[in-house]
Design a protein. Structure first.
Length: 315
């Protein structure tokens, strides 16, 4: 397949692009700064092109002849209208562009933020109740992607059916050890903060019982490829690890990997319960046979962050 990927050099996207290419597909990747990602371009079936999510004419040109589009890029804004313009509108434009170009498959990258409030055993059937603009943006795009089954007809005409298969991947906390020098990692700084504290013998401040179902970008890329190569339509997949790992456990791993540190873990008790409310990821296992656990991958990411922190500290 020929696959057009937006955000294909980012935290998740770099691994999705490589996974798509390694499966023998051709990847065309939209990037604001393609020169930074020369190592990816050296693979014969990856082409990185310069452009923005709002370059609609450019995206229409690249979507021509593609079998699939994977939307991973995020446009940001600090207010409702700017979020709507930079991300929702941009992605919905790409959705329509893809259908008009004859693309067969469209995969949108959402987020558990679209679901909002944690509720017991949350799965793909739960109603979205976003708590912030980011979650609202993702939830709105999900609705457009899944609801774009036909064009509204003009008076007296039959509706035109949409033939493109449209699916949603809904990640949680996804982290990335860059897959090449100069590659991208997650924006969240907590792994880095833990590593810096351990290397510099400072207290590691953690909220007691705080954690998540961590998933690495390399793991989540497997879900993208499985969905890409399927014939599914109008499905949503929660893509998180099956197990819950606390930030305190991440700090323990850092201390295990850097035994010379005199740092201690400083747990702040905010009254959070010890039993987490987990997202139910059974659908990913049932449909694709994919089930991920976090600790081995997390430890590798911890070691990478410790190496960075050590170099920074001159140790």
């Amino acid at each position: 397949m020929k696959v057009f990927i937006t955000g294909g050099t980012g935290c998740i996207g770099q691994y999705v692009t490589l996974a798509v290419a390694e499966k023998g597909h051709e990847a065309i990747v939209l990037s604001r700064t393609p020169d930074k990602y020369a190592p990816m371009s050296e693979m014969g079936n990856i082409k990185i092109v310069k452009g923005l999510m709002t370059d609609y004419e450019l995206m229409a040109e690249y979507a021509k002849g593609c079998d699939a589009v994977i939307s991973i890029a995020l446009g940001w804004g600090n207010e409702p209208v700017s979020m709507l313009t930079n991300d929702t509108l941009a992605t919905v434009n790409l959705l329509e562009i893809s259908e008009k170009a004859g693309v067969g498959k469209f995969i949108f990258t959402s987020s558990t933020a679209a679901m909002g409030h944690n509720r017991p055993d949350m799965d793909e059937k739960y109603c979205n109740m976003p708590l912030n603009l980011y979650g609202s943006t993702k939830g709105a795009i999900e609705a457009y992607v899944l609801g774009f089954s036909q064009y509204f007809p003009e008076a007296g005409q039959e509706p035109k059916q949409v033939t493109m298969k449209r699916n949603v991947i809904r990640p949680g906390y996804t982290y990335a050890t860059p897959c090449f020098a100069g590659g991208t990692t997650q924006l969240d700084s907590r792994f880095r903060d833990i590593a810096d504290a351990v290397v510099n013998n400072k207290p590691v401040k953690i909220t007691k019982h705080d954690g998540t179902q961590f998933l690495s970008a390399g793991q989540i890329a497997k879900a993208y490829v499985a969905l890409l190569e399927s014939d599914l339509n109008e499905e949503v997949f929660l893509t998180l690890a099956a197990d819950y790992v606390t930030w305190a456990r991440v700090a323990e791993m850092a201390l295990e990997e850097y035994p010379d540190s005199s740092s201690k873990i400083d747990l702040e008790d905010k009254g959070w319960g010890s039993t987490p409310m987990l997202y139910n990821v059974d659908k990913m296992k049932r449909v694709f046979g994919l089930e991920f656990t976090g600790e081995d991958e997390i430890r590798a990411h911890v070691k990478w962050n410790l190496e960075i922190a050590s170099k920074k500290a001159g140790k």
